[in-house]
Design a protein around this ligand. Sequence first.
Ligand code: ZN
Length: 259
Amino acid sequence: MRLFKISFIIVFGCLTASVSAQVNGLFQAYDCREHIETFFEQVPLDEPLPFSLDSIISYDFEQNLFAVDTTDGWKNWRLVQNYSFGKDRGSMPMIADLTALHPYFRDKISQLIKICKTKGIELTVVETYRTHAKQHEYKTMGKKYTSSGAGRSKHQYGLAVDVVPIIDSAAVWDNIALWRKVGAAGEKLGLRWGGRWRKPFDPGHFEWTGGLSSTHLSLGVLPPIPLSNEHYPCLEEDIRLLRKYWTEWEVSQSSLTLK
Ligand SMILES: [Zn+2]
């Protein structure tokens, strides 16, 4: 819950100068503030902060410039309820918003969805980011759901997604030929496909870890993007905001299990 609604003084400080100087492919200034829905504010040193500490995304010491998120964007993430796609997925809702994913992986999945569309396959997203509580729920539901306990699934780092093809408004889980086409498209994009696995066979699952193991991920390391920073000038801020939103969801869903 955000307690402070503040009016914003937009300041063009050196925090933004370095990224504003970078340009995207169209040679337009890339505005990270707009990109991450974050506002920048300078607060005199002798005054109390007009926003809560956990809303601070970053701080520039030289400029005394705060990047602040007050958007509660995590609350707007798209959710999927149990049985929405004809399968038991437990009592906790699934987060199915692409913005809940690591920015690089998110773009790969958007590409996958587009590529499949050109092949006449309509994919829908079943689940993206997964909290510890939700992962634990799957674990208790048995081996056909997951072999990974809390902390071991790539979903818990915004690096995995579950999709399913839709035909005539219905999810199609068991068309192997269709899954092979989707899997091939994903692998061409450099993603690991769960259709190669046997325990469990998970053809709707795609992940990307940039070579990192679950151990690295559980230590809080996220994979470096295999592109120049120019493509993702706001990556650091994006991830900071993402982690904040993930934490909000962790708190929200773990409180469900305590009830
Ligand atoms: Zn999955």
